[in-house]
Design a protein around this ligand. Structure first.
Ligand code: HEM
Length: 226
């Protein structure tokens, strides 16, 4: 089957969702781990944030590898969202009439939480970029370009922002749980003896990633980081 025809099929779209989801899983794990460097102080954290721009040196020049990473992450996110939307449209037009009731309830819950959780995550990511990366006026009261630590502390001193991030990372945890599990199914694992292994991995990601992300906003909010 040609690539375009494969993509048009629902299995093709699911495969695209699995691969692009895996790329983002890798990113969020690294990002969460990187954020924890805030506990090592302003200088260390800013050095790390600046170092990200020179990652891969001396083979790669300033911003080169970061730009390549962005050129992978952005299309991956767009493809992920687009595939989810077209799978949703396809499911809406071809809904099976008879279904075991319990399975239907379970499947609907997962599909609904993935769909609306996914939309919430997308909004959260845009808010997050506007606030901490782009420094859009109105999203951060005192954004200083190049001082990632200062921007972080300033943002989370305002409790509604901390609360919003907590909601965002809980949505991420739920998305990671269902997403990882269905990714394994699509890629051929997650059945038979592997079922419990993939479920455990999905649980692990769904707990470790949100807890790691939540640590910094909570530490600022309760005065452990300033
Ligand atoms: C408490 C949670 C989070 C904190 C404290 C945090 C912090 C930050 C900071 C400080 C930056 C800017 C780094 C810089 O420009 O030097 C950043 C960038 C970014 N964050 Fe987060 N983040 C969090 C959660 C997330 C989540 C859950 C996602 C995605 C699902 C995410 C995606 C991104 C992306 C895509 C960038 C832009 C990276 C780039 O292209 O330079 N973040 N984050």
């Amino acid at each position: 089957m040609q690539a375009a025809a494969l993509y048009r099929s629902s299995i093709g779209k699911k495969a695209v969702m699995a691969v692009t989801g895996l790329i983002w899983i890798g990113y969020v794990v690294l990002h969460m781990y990187g954020n924890l460097k805030a506990f090592q102080g302003a200088e260390y954290f800013n050095h790390y944030a600046e170092g990200l721009r020179d990652i891969g040196a001396p083979i790669f020049g300033h911003l080169h590898l970061l730009t390549i990473a962005r050129l992978v992450l952005i299309p991956a996110l767009l493809l992920h969202v687009w595939s989810a939307y077209s799978l949703y449209l396809a499911a809406r037009t071809a809904r099976p009439m008879r279904y075991d009731k319990w399975r239907a309830v379970q499947a609907n819950y997962a599909a609904l939480s993935m769909r609306w959780g996914g939309v919430a995550l997308l909004i959260f990511i845009l808010f997050h970029l506007a606030q901490l990366t782009w420094g859009v006026r109105g999203f951060h009261s005192d954004f200083v370009r190049g001082d990632a630590y200062h921007n972080l502390i300033g943002a989370f001193q305002f409790w509604p922002v901390t609360l919003l991030y907590l909601v965002g990372v809980v949505a991420l945890g739920l998305h990671l749980y269902h997403g990882t599990w269905s990714m394994f199914r699509t890629l051929g694992g997650g059945t038979g003896q592997w079922d419990s292994v993939t479920r455990a991995l999905a649980w692990l990601l769904a707990i470790v990633v949100p807890v790691g992300f939540a640590a910094v906003p909570l530490a600022v909010q309760f005065g452990f980081l300033s």
